[in-house]
Design a binder for this molecule. Structure first.
Ligand code: GLU
Length: 412
């Protein structure tokens, strides 16, 4: 996999859409840089008594449309430029899906699988201690992302609440239900991605049992695969960081999840063939779903993709060099800023519930998500028609129009 700087990619996407939209140069200049970057270090006492110093970031990219919003990622590859890119993508995503937030992202450079639970908790709390005075329900609202989950969010809410002197659930979304989390938040991103899959399948006239390959089996990949099979798609490939499994007959997602829980990996699941994370991208399936990390589909493999559609559930899985190749080959790429936006939309519902004290049922949450996704899809689709460009550029054009209006409205 070529080494590609995600922030450079994000800025190329921005420039491409800005040209199409003829965005004012002043607004473009503002959007080329984040408003604020918090660069923090966290000394943490390890279980053996030693001290280890970790590095983390919170990038507050732009808050013209509302409080900064975006997840926190724990991964060894986390660096400043990756978090900058992810924060920028959150600005675009929140504007595409039409929720009143700006964009942010955070991360810690760490492999959480190598930490004990106690070490993980101390690191999570220390991170919040470092950024506490720069976040808050009306300032910046973190959430889960790669390798972070409701339990970690709970420690973080507790740490923030101690510093604030009062229980403040609205400072973080993706919490457990017992601490003000929302019904439906856990499955929201995968569920909403499948809403998009259904809309794309209609456009492409895909038949029942259309085949799907999903790369990544974290929260997003897992629920996407589950809802896709419930909606009569045939999931033939699943993978995690250790590799993938393939079955032409289709996979039973609940059983595979059970296996992964017991074995710690997908590989070895009975009745399947092994496939690498690179090779699975090139399989002759109808729909390809990257749901892991950035830069998976690039200039070198874009010509080998055989799927009719790519539904991006990871953030930034396709590079700007791959986009025109896929567009020329008439592969329908549904961009991350649209297809995985259900996650942050459900965060918005959670935050609203925390602030109003009125709680929704799972059915109500999922229904609202369906509406968000359909509206966003129609808006992006109409923009694509109006401008004659790919869906990513269309989504950016729509988002940039909204962000520019907010920046100008507030006065430069
Ligand atoms: N991490 C998710 C994303 O990339 C959700 C962010 C949020 O809910 O704030 O969209």
């Amino acid at each position: 996999m070529p080494k590609i700087n995600p922030f450079r990619s994000a800025m190329r996407q921005l420039t491409r859409a800005a040209e199409v939209l003829q965005l004012e140069p002043d607004i473009l200049a503002i959007l080329k840089k984040p408003y604020k970057i918090l660069d923090v270090t966290m000394p943490v006492r390890m279980d053996d008594g030693s001290i280890k110093v970790f590095e983390g970031f919170r990038v507050q990219y732009n808050d013209a449309r509302g409080p900064y919003k975006g997840g926190l990622r724990f991964h060894p590859q986390v660096d400043r430029d990756e978090v900058k890119a992810l924060a920028f993508w959150m600005c675009i995503k929140n504007a595409v899906i039409g929720i009143p937030y700006g964009g942010a992202k955070g991360g810690i450079t760490v492999d959480p699988k190598k930490l004990s639970k106690g070490e993980l908790e101390r690191l999570s709390r220390k991170f919040i201690e470092r950024i506490a005075h720069n976040i808050g329900p009306e300032t910046d609202v973190p959430a889960p992302d790669v390798n972070t989950d409701p339990e970690i969010m709970a420690w973080m809410v507790d740490e923030y609440s101690k510093i604030a002197g009062k229980f403040t659930p609205a400072v973080i979304t993706g919490k457990p239900l017992s601490l003000g989390g929302s019904e439906g938040r856990e499955e929201a991103t995968g569920f909403s991605g499948v809403e998009v899959l259904k809309l794309a399948a209609q456009e492409l006239k895909l038949k029942k049992n259309a085949t799907v390959a999903v790369q990544g089996f974290g929260n997003v990949g897992h629920y996407f695969a589950l809802f896709a099979s419930r909606n009569k798609f045939k999931v033939v490939v699943l993978s995690d960081s250790k590799g993938g499994i393939y079955s032409a007959r289709g996979l039973d997602i609940a059983k595979v999840a059970e296996w992964k829980k017991q074995m710690g990996q997908l590989k070895g699941y009975p009745g399947t063939a092994e496939i690498t994370n690179e090779k699975l991208l090139e399989l002759p399936v109808d729909v390809l779903v990257p749901a892991a990390l950035e830069n998976q589909i690039h200039e070198k493999n874009a010509r080998k993709i055989k799927a009719k559609s790519i539904i991006e559930m990871a953030n930034g899985p396709t590079t700007p060099d791959a986009d025109p190749i896929l567009w020329k080959r008439k592969i329908l790429v549904v961009p991350d800023v649209l297809s995985n936006a259900g996650g942050v939309a459900s965060s918005f519902l959670e935050w609203s519930q925390n602030r109003s004290g009125y709680y929704l049922s799972k059915q109500e949450v999922l229904k609202r998500l369906q509406k968000y996704m359909l509206e966003a899809w129609q808006n992006v689709w109409n923009t694509q028609k109006a401008y004659g460009k790919d869906l990513r550029t269309a989504a950016y054009v729509l988002a940039l129009t909204r962000i520019a209006e907010a920046i100008k409205g507030r006065g430069l």
